[in-house]
Design a protein around this ligand. Structure first.
Ligand SMILES: O=C(O)CCC(=O)c1ccccc1C(=O)O
Ligand SMILES: [Mg+2]
Length: 324
């Protein structure tokens, strides 16, 4: 016997969360509940505005169709579904089958988009391998270069991840690199997407000796995982990529090509974020995932994230919009 429910959520965000051109005031999405033989499992479907091609409404409608098929015991074609829907449903199914292991990797790479001094404090408290992430490309490239170089100098055993989200022209990328002393360049684990064009980013990596990672490029039509000089990693944001099977296939291709695969958040609630931490521990056990996004929220959802003090909204407070 199978049954399924769909709940809608709207969660208030911390003020000042900006996605590309838009302020994100409330995070909207869906929680699915699957029931089979007294077992219950959950999944989150949360298309990210400005990033996902589907809207929350479209995702909710498609989720109802696919959940109806699941209840009827039909074969599901998650490759044809929206990525956010495929990810949420496949997670719930994996959870029901006890395929998604319980243990998660909750070590996060602290994310800094403001004061680098705050980052130094957090890094000094971090046990083991120190990994941090800075968003660059929002202010002057020269300032970014000075800040990154200062951190690499202040904490020599740190691996720094940088993310430019395709903001730089080749010239600006060079201005940034000029301030990173050659002996510090290997302390940069990778710089995500320095330039608008992937070909410019590749040339930058080869000219500067600073490794890059693909994030946006992974979602470009026709992308294929391959080893290229200067490319260290691919970033996998499952809500934007698709089913667990599709994410795992990409991770395996990355490993076969000698690249690091980094599981990263698309600003899911604490429910989805916990499942991402479990996916990361399962499939990329030695890599710190990019999941430091809980502080962007004002509340948590259903399950809490380790050491997060925000109030938790229980399932009983969500509106059930559909069931079968
Ligand atoms: O990857 C991380 O470390 C955190 C998540 C993150 O950076 C992000 C989250 C949602 C949308 C875009 C981005 C981004 O890569 O800038
Ligand atoms: Mg990015």
């Amino acid at each position: 016997m199978r049954s399924a429910k769909l709940f809608q959520y709207q969660l208030p965000m911390d003020s000042g969360v900006i996605l590309r051109d838009q302020r994100l005031i409330t995070r909207e999405g869906w929680v699915i509940e699957l029931c089979q033989d007294q077992q219950r499992a959950y999944g989150e479907i949360a298309p990210l505005p400005e990033f996902s091609l589907e809207t929350a409404t479209e995702a909710g409608e498609q989720a109802q169709q696919i959940l109806s098929q699941w209840v009827a015991g039909e074969e599901l074609d998650l490759d044809a579904a929206f990525p956010s829907v495929a990810f949420g449903i496949s997670c719930a199914i994996a959870e029901l089958a006890a395929e998604l292991p319980e243990t998660g990797n909750y070590l996060v790479a602290p994310l800094c988009s403001g004061d680098p001094d705050d980052l130094v404090v957090r890094l000094n408290q971090m046990p083991g391998n120190k990994v941090a992430k800075i968003k660059v490309g929002m202010y002057e490239a020269v300032r970014d270069g000075i800040v990154a170089n200062m951190l690499l100098e202040a904490i020599p055993d740190m691996q720094l991840r940088l993310d430019a989200n395709r903001q730089w022209t080749p010239l600006k990328a060079q201005q940034f690199a000029k301030y990173i002393k050659p002996e510090h360049r290997s302390g940069i684990a990778f710089l995500e997407e320095p330039c608008r064009l992937p070909s410019d980013s590749l040339a930058f990596a080869q000219q500067t000796g600073i490794n890059i990672a693909w994030d946006e490029t992974v979602r470009d039509v026709g992308f294929e995982v391959k080893a290229e000089p200067g490319v260290a990693a691919i970033i996998i944001k499952p809500t934007l990529i698709g089913s667990l099977a599709r994410c795992i296939a990409l991770i395996e291709q990355a490993h076969a090509a000698g690249l690091t695969a980094v599981i990263s958040s698309s600003i899911e609630s604490s429910l989805g974020l916990n499942q991402l931490a479990r996916l990361a521990q399962w499939q990329t056990p030695n890599v710190i995932p990019g999941l430091d996004t809980m502080q962007l929220f004002q509340v948590q959802l259903i399950q809490s994230w380790p050491d997060c003090e925000l109030p938790v909204v229980p399932l009983s407070e969500l509106d059930m919009v559909w069931h079968k």
